[in-house]
Ligand binder design. Structure first.
Ligand code: GAP
Length: 492
């Protein structure tokens, strides 16, 4: 029977429980009832996330001669955020219900209303509502946005009333004080995107690395946003990680590079195991002030197709703004055309946590096999072997007659090459199940035949088929099967 893939929102609940029960994701500071929209990665989660970060970083820097890495600090000079526009306009419009005291994003309330209208077959009305909202937000007319909420008779889901406050803009940046003095001058922000650390280091990297345009700088790091509405597990968090790459190009060539990176990034997501029909491009209807083209790569999460990665052609907006505010030239001399210019930038930006969630949602499989008395149900995580937290589990069939020692010996040989675990606790079927639940692609079993001919069985997680192979070949065969090379081969 075909494995069952869950598509409904209830699937998310199963995935959240699975993530917690098997050491992937825990609510932050859970013993104090947690902290909203903040999560910790457990023993298996951290392995999966590190593998995702590694495969992204290597795909960027190892496979592209002209992309190099960077690790900029989270704290940056406050003027950085003035130049980038975050101080003045990194806002969400919020509204409070006076009865429930609950806070909502005004645009989300209206978007949900428009979606409901669409479901009722009132597409024209839905479109008109979205246009009216965009007009109000663009003009900074928050009263008009509030009026739409009132006119649509949108009620607070908690209190059931339409007793709304005015709409206010809410800046999403977290701030704190640097040093001991509590003055305005010491105000500092937690970065809301990693990109600016790349922009301010553009010339440092270009000069010290003798980089020639076009070239890219890739970085993985934490970002922080005081999201008003945080939901859908690790989809929208207040502390999260971004994997961003800024690609510096000659002005006028940006659309070519934008299209190249669009295709490259889509290929990447498919290469790490996300199915093509669960991914799609979504062009931005409305462009940010700094962009001349923007697209999202959306993944079909259990709660619908949603943004996983953003690809933006950011023009020379950021470098130009930094040049103006810092009074330091951000120009590049292009020897090929004998000209100085501020490069244009194509950005690829994917959230490590969102990618993690997509991989987990895609991997979670409920399968029923057999019929009648042989009917069996199992859950397993179909994670690409190169990304799986544990690659191989070595299991002695029984603990006696030297089988345990042999299995330990094999574990010790393999663990230098990839994540290998040893397990001798309980019946073999239970041990297979334990590994299936955390997505271990291969179980190596040491049995009595092993002691005679130095062969073991290797069980495949997805097919549950077993193959007998020589211990001497294990490292090489499994090594390739679990290697990132298999992903990289699909990218060239
Ligand atoms: N530098 C461009 C930038 O930050 P963005 O669309 O705001 O663009 C890029 O964010 C990516 O970062 C998103 O596609 C998403 O994967 C991730 N991301 C953004 N906000 C997030 C949040 N609150 N929680 C988790 N991931 C988030």
């Amino acid at each position: 029977m075909e494995p069952k893939k869950q598509d409904t929102a209830s699937a998310l609940k199963d995935i959240i429980s699975h993530a917690k029960e098997y050491g992937f994701v825990f609510p932050s500071s859970e013993i104090y009832d947690g902290l909203q929209a903040v999560y910790d990665y457990g023993q298996n989660g951290v392995e999966l996330k590190n593998n995702l970060k590694n495969v992204w970083y290597k795909a960027m820097t190892m496979l592209n001669d002209n992309v190099v890495g960077l690790d900029a600090a989270i704290f940056m000079h406050p003027l950085t955020w003035k130049a980038s526009g975050h101080v003045d306009s990194f806002n969400d419009p919020m509204i409070d219900n006076k009865d429930s005291k609950k806070r909502y994003r005004a645009d989300t309330l209206l978007e949900e209303r428009a979606a409901a209208l669409e479901d009722e077959g009132k597409a024209t009305e839905a479109k008109a509502l979205m246009q009216a909202m965009a007009k109000g937000l663009d003009a900074g007319d928050l009263e008009a946005v509030r009026q739409l909420i009132i006119d649509q008779n949108i009620k607070c889901p908690v209190s059931g009333t339409a007793n709304w406050t005015e709409v206010r803009q809410f800046n999403l940046m977290f701030s704190t004080q640097v040093g001991a003095v509590s003055e305005d001058a010491s105000l500092i922000y937690l970065r809301p995107e990693t990109a600016q650390g790349i922009f301010v280091n553009f010339l440092n990297v270009q000069k010290t690395g003798r980089m020639k345009v076009p070239f890219g700088i890739a970085q993985i790091g934490k970002a922080f946003r005081n999201e008003i509405v945080a939901r859908n597990f690790i989809f929208r968090m207040r502390e999260f990680e971004q994997m961003e790459m800024q690609f510096f190009v000659r002005p006028g060539t940006e659309m070519e590079w934008y299209n190249t990176w669009k295709e490259t990034r889509m290929k990447f997501h498919q290469a790490i195991g996300l199915p093509a029909d669960s991914l799609k491009f979504h062009d931005h209807d409305k462009l940010a002030h700094y962009a001349n083209a923007a697209v999202d790569i959306e993944y079909k999460f259990p709660f619908g197709f949603k943004e996983m990665e953003g690809i933006h052609s950011r023009t020379d907006f950021d470098l130009k703004a930094h040049q103006e505010l810092s009074k330091k030239k951000q120009q590049y001399f292009d020897p090929e055309i004998n000209q100085n210019y501020i490069p244009y930038v194509v950005e690829t930006s994917v959230g490590a946590d969102r990618l993690f969630l997509a991989i987990l949602c895609n991997a979670y499989t409920e399968e029923t096999t057999g019929e009648g008395e042989t009917l069996k149900q199992r859950v397993y995580l179909n994670i690409h072997p190169a990304l799986a937290p544990t690659k191989v589990a070595v299991l002695p069939l029984v603990k006696k007659d030297g089988l345990a020692e042999k299995a330990q010996e094999i574990t010790n040989q393999l663990k230098f090459a990839f994540n290998t675990t040893y397990d001798d606790g309980g019946a073999i079927g239970k041990r297979y199940t334990r590994q299936d639940l955390i997505g271990t692609p291969y179980c190596v079993v040491v049995d009595y035949q092993t002691m005679e001919d130095q062969t073991v069985t290797v069980r495949d997680r997805n097919t549950m088929t077993q193959e007998r192979i020589s211990i001497a070949d294990l490292k090489e065969k499994l090594g390739y099967a679990v290697s990132m090379e298999r992903i990289f081969e699909k990218l060239v």
